[in-house]
Design a protein around this ligand. Sequence first.
Ligand SMILES: NC(=O)C1=CN([C@@H]2O[C@H](COP(=O)(O)OP(=O)(O)OC[C@H]3O[C@@H](n4cnc5c(N)ncnc54)[C@H](OP(=O)(O)O)[C@@H]3O)[C@@H](O)[C@H]2O)[C@@H](O)CC1
Ligand SMILES: [K+]
Length: 505
Amino acid sequence: MDVVTAQEMYEWDRVAIKSTGLDGRLLMENAGRAVSSDLEKKLGTHQRVIILIGAGNNGGDGFVIARTLLNRGYSVEAWQIVSDSKVEGDARYHKEIFIKSGYTLYKLEKTDDLSESLKSADVIVDAMLGIGVKGRLREPVKQVVELANEQRAFRVAVDLPTGVPADEGIVEFDAFKADYTCIIAALKMSALVEHTRVYYGEWKVCDIGLPVKKLPSPSRKVWQREGGRRVLPGRDPNSHKGSHGKALVVGGAAHMPGSIAMSAKAALRSGAGLVTIATPKSAMNAVASYVQEATFLPLAEERGVIKDSAGVDVSAYDGVAIGMGMGRGQESNNLVSHLISTVKAPLLIDADALYQLKNLVGLLRSRTYPTILTPHPGEFAHLVDQSISAIVRSPFSYSREFSKAYGVYTVLKGPATIITAPDGSQFVDLSGNAGLAKGGSGDVLSGILLAMMLQSGSITYALNNGCMLHGLTAEMLTKDAHSMVDLLATDLVEGLTQTFRTFSS
Ligand SMILES: NC(=O)C1=CN([C@@H]2O[C@H](COP(=O)(O)OP(=O)(O)OC[C@H]3O[C@@H](n4cnc5c(N)ncnc54)[C@H](OP(=O)(O)O)[C@@H]3O)[C@@H](O)[C@H]2O)[C@@H](O)CC1
Ligand SMILES: [K+]
């Protein structure tokens, strides 16, 4: 499923029409019909539907939806909320068909009249503005949106909620608050960005018959479960522990042994053949009591934290992860720098190592093996010298820019985790839930990602599938055994068993 900006959507529209001869009016008919059929699944025949219609092509979709639902016997009032002269082009064409079909079009003259109608509505359909919105809402749209938002009716948006920009990064807007959005042809970027996604409610993308083979790829997609399942690493009957990779996890401290322990165990649960844990000696016992299957590389320490990189020989490993529960002292900085320069295998940098990376980013460009960064927005903000709010408002651009500049994979964690490859291509993983908002979930994710990288030919597949397995485990556990309140990171590690049993079968 592609994720597009407004400009990319307009380009699709243009290419579709130019390359195949498809008419814009036909696409509008398809869009209106697709939304109507989707909406019908949510409508009772006795429910009163009010459709709010604006001037542009989003309004044009509204005319088609109104006609289609009326033809199918639903109780619909269609309200044109702008003056007649504003309705032009394809929208006007469909307005004429609506009227010639014998249906009444209500026009907004006094807001009180619309207000009365809205009060008795069961469903309000917003076909006022779509991807063409510019700036804050002007009247009369602004007032109509406010009125609609006050009602108890179920609110449905067509393509996107009026007022919400299709792109990331725009902060000032007023918007229709939808319970459900029927998105036309392709998912708009703002449906995945924290400050705008809340206006969409639940959503679904409706197909309108665009010629998919001809459309330019935005190189930005949602990672799909079925596709993920097809590229999940399997287990060859003739395999032995060496066939599934030797992993090294580096981190931990006497006062926080849990993080590294959970990463290591998650890596083992996710199929890594052998896992070695490099950690201060004084943390070893605590870690070993949780992960009996791992071997250890004891590190020199001072007051319970890693002292320096002496004795860390990384040549024997197929993949390394560093940073979990490591601490932020100068010594760990030296260790991060040492590993960036010497690991000749995929290197995953997480948690405290991400903190240390800030003055080491220049080293990343010299790596010839894949480097993977797994920041949450706070860690990423620190790394790129931005505020957290700037990152969460424009996560796609910041992570694409960073990945391309430093030649790394970036896994920017969040409700929609964005995975960016060094060439700038992006995938979004939407699995998981608020149960994951707890200390330790990230450590578990790092372990899963490390194990997936050892077993997959493609780092992109490994990262996407790893994020998905992590999220699916949280979903599965909060459905069957836990709540989002009590779920712990260690539950995730154990829950992987069930996820692998069901997902990979
Ligand atoms: N892509 C596809 O394949 C297909 C797309 N389709 C549909 O087309 C939609 C895009 O249509 P679009 O380009 O006409 O823009 P749209 O969102 O209707 O808005 C334009 C109107 O909004 C107005 N306006 C703008 N800002 C405003 C503000 N702040 N406050 C108030 N008004 C404001 C602006 O007024 P103006 O600035 O011109 O005075 C103009 O009248 C898309 O979302 C999808 O639903 C389907 O039909 C079929 C195939
Ligand atoms: K809309």
